[in-house]
Write a protein that binds this ligand. Structure first.
Ligand code: HPA
Length: 258
């Protein structure tokens, strides 16, 4: 049985008032009314972009463009530690990450939204922990449930309120990128139990846990993963699907009781 402190730490209960940040792709920034912008530097270097103060409905939140503004940083080169540290320095305690994914589960059509509940990390060579240096305190975080229950619940409730269909649950395979996967790789990920594939959930989710930030994810299915459909994947089509789906993402976020 978890203690009171760990219930709080792993987001098993809902805070009365979140200090929320959205981490998303550059396209998502145009969805929000921008109130203020801050250029921050951290012990771990520069975050991907200035931190932008936005309004989500009648609540303020922060927005960070994971791939930079303009979009230029590939998934394996994102300074995930600087991004999470900058949010932590701003007092952020809750993050909703927006991630484009390929659908391994054939039922996930392009444009579908998913709130995953698990992940498998296949990335390599990324700086993946704040416990990286002999001078840093060594922390072994608990990560059995990688996504915050409170943020998942808030996203699912918001989607229901906004009448946006969202799939509850999914296992996100985190690949290294920036190339897409081979058909054999996707067959292997599916055999491992993964239903979605993307390149950015890790180490972001684990670093957020290390900083005791509640972290949840809203995934946008951009394409059937390699070999799932007979048609080859078109990058132009991926962008067109994402552009269209962003209005649904915005409706969910605006309905969040942050
Ligand atoms: N694979 C990995 N990442 C992705 C994909 C994919 O098929 N589509 C969008 N992001």
């Amino acid at each position: 049985m978890a203690t009171g402190a760990s219930w709080m730490k792993y987001g098993l209960w809902k805070k009365a008032d979140m200090n929320l940040a959205i981490i998303g792709g550059t396209g998502a920034l145009n969805l929000f009314e921008v109130a203020e912008q801050r250029t921050l530097s951290t012990h771990y270097g520069e975050p991907s972009a200035p931190l932008v103060r936005i309004r989500l409905g009648d609540k303020p939140a922060w927005f960070l463009a994971r791939h930079g503004q303009p979009h230029r940083i590939p998934p394996h080169r994102v300074n995930y530690r600087a991004n999470i540290q900058a949010l932590h320095d701003l007092g952020v305690d809750s993050v909703v990450a927006i991630n484009a994914v390929g659908g391994i589960d054939p039922d996930l059509a392009p444009g579908a939204l998913v709130v995953p509940d698990q992940l498998v990390d296949y990335t390599w060579g990324r700086v993946h922990s704040f416990s990286d240096d002999a001078n840093d305190p060594l922390e072994h975080i608990e990560f059995g449930q990688p996504y915050s229950h409170a943020i998942r619940r808030a996203l699912l409730d918001a989607a229901a309120a906004a009448k946006v269909p969202v799939k509850d649950g999914g296992c996100y395979a985190v690949t290294q990128g920036p190339r897409l996967e081979t058909e054999a790789e996707i067959r292997r990920l599916g055999a491992d139990g993964c239903t979605l594939v993307g390149m950015t959930a890790m180490p972001e989710a684990a670093l957020a846990r290390e900083r005791a930030i509640d972290y949840g994810m809203l995934c946008v299915v951009a394409n059937p993963a390699a070999g799932v459909s007979d048609d080859p994947i078109s990058i132009d089509e991926i962008h067109a699907v994402l552009d269209q789906a962003m209005s649904k993402v915005a409706r969910v976020l605006m309905s969040m009781k942050a």
